[in-house]
Design a protein around this ligand. Structure first.
Ligand code: 4NP
Length: 151
């Protein structure tokens, strides 16, 4: 059965589009049957490409984010996805705030799948400019998530 996974951050231009593109690239390598998407809780950047710094770091690492466009998280996403992963605790709170009644989709922190390092949240690189560190974290958590799904 296809598993449908949605990555969520605030703007859907830095962290969650990176998670979408990295996870899609790694899943394709192992032939995993997955639906993968991303969204933002804010809607501030609707229709925009990922941040150029995310696109550049992605390209350096062999991922392509150029087909992705920012969109806002909706209540319907709870019915369209099997697992929703927030990048930080505020994302998880904002996702939970729009959960429709009757929707049982789990919402978790993405870094739950990267237990071997001290961070629990993916730091926001928009102002910090720490794109390399964010990519390292996202690659580690993506490998952990793929391993979990293969169990
Ligand atoms: P993201 O980063 O949530 O990882 O996409 C941000 C992007 C834009 C803004 C904040 C965070 N912003 O304030 O516009």
């Amino acid at each position: 059965m296809t598993t449908r996974i949605l990555f969520v951050c605030l703007g859907n231009i830095c962290r969650s589009p990176t998670a979408e593109g990295v996870f899609r690239g790694l899943a394709a390598k192992v032939g995993a049957d997955l639906v993968i998407d991303s969204a933002g809780t804010s809607g501030w950047h609707n229709g925009e490409l990922p941040d150029r710094r995310s696109m550049a770091e992605a390209k350096r690492r062999g991922y392509d984010l150029s087909q992705q466009r920012s969109r806002k998280l909706t209540a319907q996403d709870f019915f369209d996805f099997d697992l929703i992963l927030g990048m930080d605790n505020s994302n998880v709170r904002n996702i939970a705030a729009i959960r429709p009644s009757g929707a049982l989709t789990p919402v978790r922190l993405f870094l739950d799948y990267a237990p071997g390092q001290p961070l629990r949240e993916v730091p926001d690189p928009y102002y910090e400019d720490n794109f390399e560190g964010v990519f390292d974290l996202i690659e580690t958590a993506s490998q952990g998530l793929l391993a979990d799904l293969a169990d």
